[in-house]
Design a protein around this ligand. Structure first.
Ligand code: HEM
Ligand SMILES: *[C@@H]1O[C@H](CO)[C@@H](O)[C@H](O)[C@H]1NC(C)=O
Ligand SMILES: *[C@@H]1O[C@H](CO)[C@@H](O)[C@H](O)[C@H]1NC(C)=O
Length: 319
């Protein structure tokens, strides 16, 4: 009974997110034929000045899609009720940055084709470009998303937490129509970027009643994390890179899981069950297999539907 109820409620959520407009790679063929290229140039420009924007943009797109669908709710400074307790002011805001990349891309797109391209599409395209500029795979992005008019800081608790175990992650992804295969492939996004100490401190201080440090962490790696992030660390900006090549999109992330050198409990969790472990092993061995799976799952995640308008300014709803 409980199982049936859980299954039905996940169906309802999935349907609510996925039933509206169909996306198509040719969506702007007539109305804004150069949209892909315009956005790529804007991301490239930003990347030349600051190579951390690639990770930031990829994560921003993930956050967008996981709350209210890919509707650019993550970009709003104010929503339609004048509320400024928006998603980006919620706790995970600490890790979101580089909103200027999307502002610049949208400005360039508006100059070429005013009022046509949604902010949600700009973000989805920019996320693809971020992966490509980091040396990862490329793909055609289906387009035609709409922008939402609601953004609530309180909803950011719906994002999966880095302390989650595999069943919690599985549930979070299933509520959005994503399966365990998608979870393993998309977690490879952690090939890029940086984390604050707060996101993995559960693993290196007072882990549980019998261990100070999570026993699944490689001991010398744990030592190095403790050095960067001592207990009661006061430096809010301190933290660690996701992998030794934080600006290169490759399969190192999976190799690190095998060695107990991933940052989050949620990363190591992928190695705790045969249902996901075989995929971690597969992607650690083959970058090509990872790329193929990542592209498939990105297209799936970035098709979760949300909004209803084409915003003129990505930070504000249309009046
Ligand atoms: C599976 C569940 C996930 C969890 C629990 C999770 C959690 C986190 C956390 C805690 C951080 C660090 C935040 C900070 O302390 O600054 C982070 C960073 C990041 N995440 Fe995830 N994440 C997940 C999935 C994803 C997915 C699906 C993607 C993209 C495909 C992604 C891409 C990134 C990137 C690129 C960064 C680095 C951001 C930067 O350097 O600015 N994550 N994630
Ligand atoms: C996001 O967090 C940073 C650092 O804590 C803070 O300075 C900034 O004002 C926050 N942004 C929003 C929109 O709340
Ligand atoms: C995962 O965490 C949840 C919530 O803390 C707990 O109920 C569940 O038993 C855990 N599952 C596993 C497999 O450890």
């Amino acid at each position: 009974m409980a199982f049936v109820a859980a299954f039905l409620s996940s169906l309802v959520i999935f349907t609510a997110f996925s039933l509206s407009n169909a996306l198509s790679v040719n969506h702007y063929a007539k109305t804004c034929p150069n949209v892909d290229c315009i956005i790529t140039n804007a991301v490239k420009e930003a990347y030349k000045k600051d190579n951390t924007v690639l990770a930031a943009v990829l994560r921003m797109h993930f956050h967008d899609c996981f709350i209210r669908g890919c509707d650019a709710s993550v970009l709003l400074d104010f929503d339609s009720t004048g509320n400024n307790k928006v998603e980006k002011s919620g706790p995970p805001n600490l890790s979101l940055h580089a909103f200027f990349v999307i502002d610049n891309a949208k400005k360039a797109v508006e100059a070429a084709c005013p009022g046509v391209v949604s902010c949600a599409d700009v973000l989805a395209l920019a996320a693809r470009d971020a992966v490509v500029l980091a040396g990862g795979p490329t793909w055609e992005v289906p387009k035609g998303r709409k922008d939402g008019r609601t953004s609530l800081a309180s909803e950011t608790i719906q994002l999966p937490a880095p302390t989650f175990n595999l069943s919690q992650l599985q549930q979070s992804f299933a509520q959005r129509g994503l399966n365990l295969g998608d979870l393993v492939a998309l977690s490879g996004g952690h090939s890029l970027g940086f984390s604050h100490c707060s996101s993995f401190q559960n693993r290196i201080h007072n882990f549980d009643k019998t261990h100070d440090i999570d026993p699944s962490i490689n001991p010398s790696f744990a030592e190095s994390l403790k050095n960067v992030c001592p207990a009661h660390n006061k430096v809010r900006q301190a933290g660690s890179i996701m992998d030794p090549s934080p600006t290169l999109f490759d399969n190192t992330y999976y190799k690190l899981i095998l060695q107990g050198k991933s940052l989050f409990s949620s990363d190591q969790a992928l190695f705790t069950s045969p249902s996901t472990k075989h995929l971690v092993l597969k992607y650690a061995k083959s970058k090509e297999a990872f790329y193929e799976a990542f592209v498939k799952s990105m297209i799936k995640m970035s098709s979760i539907n949300g909004g209803q308008e084409i915003r003129k300014n990505c930070r504000k709803v249309n009046s």
